[in-house]
Design a protein around this ligand. Sequence first.
Ligand code: HEM
Ligand code: CU
Length: 563
Amino acid sequence: MSDRLAFVDKFPSAARITRLSMGVSFTALTIGALLGIVQALHRTNVFRGVISSADYYSVLTGHGVLLALFFTIFFLTGIFTWGTSRSLGRELPSPRFSLAWFLLMFSGAVMTATAIFGGLVGQIPFSADVLYTFYAPLQAHPLFYAGLAAWLVGTWLAGADWIRTYYHWRQDNPGERIPLQMFMIVTTMLMWYIATLGVAVEVLFFLLPLSLGLIESVDPLLTRTLFWFFGHPVVYFWLMPAYFAWYTVLPKLSGGRLFSDPLARVVFILFLILSTPVGFHHQYADPGVPEGFKFIAMTNTMFLLLPSFLTAFTVVASMEYGARQRGGTGYLGWLRALPWGKPAFAGCALAGMMFAAGGFSGIINAGMNINSLIHNTLWVPGHFHLTVGTASALTMMAISYWLYPQITGKRLQFYGIAQVQPYIWFIGMGLMSNAMHRAGLAGVPRRTAEPQYQQFDFAPVLGSMAEMRLQIAIGGTLLTLGALMFVLVMVGTWLAERGRGRLRVDSHLPEPISGPSDSPRVLDNVKLWFVIAVVLVVIAYGFPIYSMVADGALNPAAPPFPV
Ligand code: HEM
Ligand code: CU
C-alpha cells in the first residue's frame, strides 16, 4: 500500500479511534496543566488568589489523575490503535467494538473527574481528595472508584482489540516475524494485564465496598501493597508509548534508521518480565513489610536499569546514524547535523535527554537506605516530572506534531509555535525539576499547600529557599505555557480546512539496520515471556500477600506478619 496516502484515508476507522483518544488526552492535558500552575504558584507562595489551601488536595488529585492517568493513557490507546493498524496494514476488525471500549474509558474518566471536581464546587456532594495514589485510609465518593473501574475495563478491552487484530493477521501470515510495533504493543499489554490485577482487586474488593459502606474497614497495608503492585508497572505504561515512538519513529525523524530491531525486542521483553516484581520499592518506609522483600525489590529495580540503558544506546546510535547520513561528522559534531528545528524531532530528543537525568535521580529513589533521605520530599515530584512529566509527556506532544496530520489529513498549523514549544518545555522543566530536587534535599515536603520554610523571606539569594521557590514558580509557568502552546497547535490543526495545501508529512518508516531476521525466533514467543513474568510475580509477591491476607484481609489492626 502506498505511503503517500494519509493514514486517515487508508484506515478511516482506526484513524477515528486515534483521533478520539487524542482529543480526550489533550483535553486532560489542558486542564491538568492549568491545575499545575495553580499548585506551583500556590505552594511557593508567589500567587495564592485562585484556591484556598483547603482546596489544595482536590487540585492535586485532579492534576495527578488527569495527567498521570488520563492524558498519558488516552494517548497510549490512540498511538497503539494507530500502531496496530499501521504495522499490520489492516483495520481493527470491528469499528463498533473499538468505539465501545473508547466510550467505556471515556465515561469512566468523566465519572472520576466529576467526583474530583465536585469536591471543589460547594453544592455538589462529591469529593475525592485522595490523590492519584488513592490508597486507604483516604476515602473518596464511590463515583471516583466506579469511574476508575470502568476506565480500567476499557483499557483491557482495548488490549483485547489490538491482540485480536494481531491474531487475524497471524492467520493470514503464518511463520512471519511479528512486526516490531505490534510486538511492542502486545508485550506492553501483557505487562498491563498482570499489573492491573493488583489495582482491580484493591478497588473492587476493598475501596469501592468501603466507600459504599458495605464493609467497615480495610487493611491499609494490604491495599497499599495491591496499589504498588500496579503502581510501579504503570510507569512503564506511561513510558512505553514514548519508547515505541523513540524506537520506531525517532530514527526516521533524525534522517536514519533504527539501529537494531532485536535489541528493541529484548528491551520490551525485559520490561514485561521485570516491571511488576519491584513494587515494594515504593514501600521502603512502610512498617510491616520485612526488609528481605524490600531488598529483593531493590535488586530487581536495579536490574530494570538494563533495558533503559539498552534503550539509551540503541536510540542514540540510531540518531547518530541519521545525523551522519545527513552529513554530520566528528565525535560530537554530528549532533549539530540533527534537525533541531523540526518540532517532532526536537521534542523527542529533548525528552530523551531529560529522561537520562530522571533515570539518575530514580537510582537514588531506588536505593533502600538513601531513599529515606528523599522520601516524601519535593525531590520525588522533581524526579517524576522528568520521567512521566517530560520523557513521556514531551514525547507524546512531539510525536503528535508528526502523527496528528496523518490521522486528520490536515496540515499542521502554527508551525512556528510548534517549533518553539519543546524548548519552552525543556527550559521550564529544567528550572522546576532542578529546584524541586534541591528543595527536597533540603527537606521540603511534597503534597502540601503550606511548606513552611522561610515563607516570608523573599530575597532570592542564590541557594536560598526563596530562590528555589522562585525557580519552581517560573518553571511551572513556562511549562503551563508550553502545554497551552501545544494544545493551540493541535486545536488549530483540528479546525483547519482539509485539503488546503499538501500534507507535508512523510509517513514512511524505513527498515532497521539490523532487522528481525538477525534475532532468534524465541524472542517472538510472547507466551513464554508472559509465563516467566507471572512466575516472577508469584515469587516476589506470593508470600507477603499471603501473610497479609492470612491475618484477616479486613483486619486493619492485626500485625501483617507473624511477630
Ligand atoms: C505534582 C506542577 C505537569 C504529573 C506536581 C506538583 C507541582 C506540579 C508543583 C507538586 C505538588 C505537591 O507535591 O504539593 C506541574 C506543572 C506542570 C506539570 C506546573 C505543567 C504543565 C505534569 C505532567 C505530569 C504531571 C505533564 C504527568 C504527565 C504530576 C503528578 C504529581 C504532580 C503525578 C503528584 C501528585 C501527587 O502528589 O499526588 N505537579 N506539573 N505533572 N504532577 Fe505535575
Ligand atoms: Cu517504582
